[in-house]
Design a protein around this ligand. Structure first.
Ligand code: NAD
Ligand code: LMR
Length: 329
């Protein structure tokens, strides 16, 4: 018997990432090739954005995806999030000319407060939320705090692009297949302060750290390259990463829903105090996923260098939180 459809909301659906993401959701890349989906697409009320969204929906129609059994356009999160199982919160206010970080935080705080409240009111109690729009960790924190009736663990932020970037850098350095690398983690904030940590990583069962054996490369090349990759793409493309960001969003949600078979992936999730990260801070942790739940990998040894990096990215997150505190009732 065919499975009941799952309702998937995507915000910023007419944007760059949306254009790479929607077709792959409809094709079964996220929830499985036997899982029908209904897309509930949110854009700002602006006429141009809504018209662009109609165009994307026409293209989705033209793909005749067998798994796409319904699709609606929205300008209000209260209707877009009705009864949803999955939310990709992609739409966010981009940084404009002369805009300070605190202005960006405030503009996005408004968006994610409203969307958190709407999720609280109308989404399924089991909804899985992935925040992609930047600043992703703090936006996820705001949405989570604005949805007190939903479990905090339902709210996650995207660190998977950073994880995938770090995997590719390591594979290139070692000349090994990227798919053979396991047990990598990117700690912290999706920002240049993130800490890609390959101390536990293996490739074909061998230690990645031992194979590379180059702490100077790690500190001076690898960590900054991964941290600044988003800016490097903007510099090269004139636009922020979109297909790779959509791909990472798909990886994140696919693994959360369908499991990782014991493999580690990085997700930004609310802390319960693991590794000394204060409760509720949405922080990149190593996780495994099984039966639709993620579990933070615990008990890893944190050396002095790692502690310093982990605290640095934590401090940035705490500053971001302090910057929006007055906006959260
Ligand atoms: P984009 O500007 O092409 O598209 C964003 C879309 O969101 C626009 O169509 C806009 O109208 C819409 N939007 C804005 N506010 C909205 C709201 N309140 N409700 C619904 N829709 C809204 O941008 P993009 O390239 O698709 O990127 C989207 C976001 O993802 C940006 O914040 C970007 O910085 C972020 N991003 C995050 C990562 C990550 O790894 N976490 C990676 C790449 C990009
Ligand atoms: C990325 O990591 O590619 C993006 O978060 C960059 C950005 O600022 O949009």
């Amino acid at each position: 018997m065919a499975k009941a459809p799952m309702r998937v909301a995507v915000t910023g659906a007419a944007g760059q990432i949306g254009y790479s993401l929607l077709f792959r959701i409809a094709n079964g890349d996220v929830l499985g090739k036997d899982q029908p989906v209904i897309l509930q697409l949110l854009e700002i009320p602006d006429e141009k954005a809504q018209k662009a969204l109609q165009g994307v929906m026409m293209e989705l129609e033209d793909c005749a995806f067998p798994l796409l059994v319904g699709m609606t356009a929205h300008s209000d999160p209260m209707t877009a999030f009705k009864d949803i199982d999955i939310a990709f919160l992609v739409g966010a206010r981009p940084r404009g000319p002369g805009m300070e970080r605190k202005d960006l935080l405030a503009a996005n705080a408004q968006i994610f407060t409203a969307q958190g409240k709407a999720l609280n009111a109308v989404a399924k109690r089991t909804v899985k939320v992935l925040v992609v729009g930047n600043p992703a960790n703090t936006n996820a924190y705001i949405a989570m705090k604005s949805a007190p009736d939903l479990p905090a663990k339902n709210f996650t932020a995207m660190l998977r692009l950073d994880h995938n970037r770090a995997l590719s850098q390591l594979a290139a350095k070692m000349g090994k297949p990227v798919g053979d690398i396991e047990k990598l983690v990117v700690w912290g904030n999706h920002s240049p302060t993130m800490y890609p940590d390959h101390r536990f990583a293996t490739v074909g069962g061998e230690s990645v750290k031992a194979l590379i054996n180059d702490p100077v490369w790690n500190k001076e090349v690898h960590i900054p390259t991964v941290g600044k990759r988003g800016a490097a793409i903007i510099e090269a493309r004139g636009l922020s990463s979109a297909a790779s960001a959509a791909n990472a969003a798909i990886d994140h949600m696919h693994d959360w829903v369908l499991g990782t078979n014991g493999k580690w992936v990085t997700m930004g999730v609310p802390s319960n105090g693991e590794y000394g990260i204060p409760k509720d801070v949405i922080y990149g942790f190593p996780v495994t996923c099984e039966n639709g739940e993620y579990k933070i990998v615990e008990g890893l040894e944190i050396d002095e260098f790692s502690r310093e990096r982990m605290d640095h990215t934590l401090n940035e997150l705490l500053e971001e939180q302090a910057g929006v505190k007055h906006l959260l009732s």
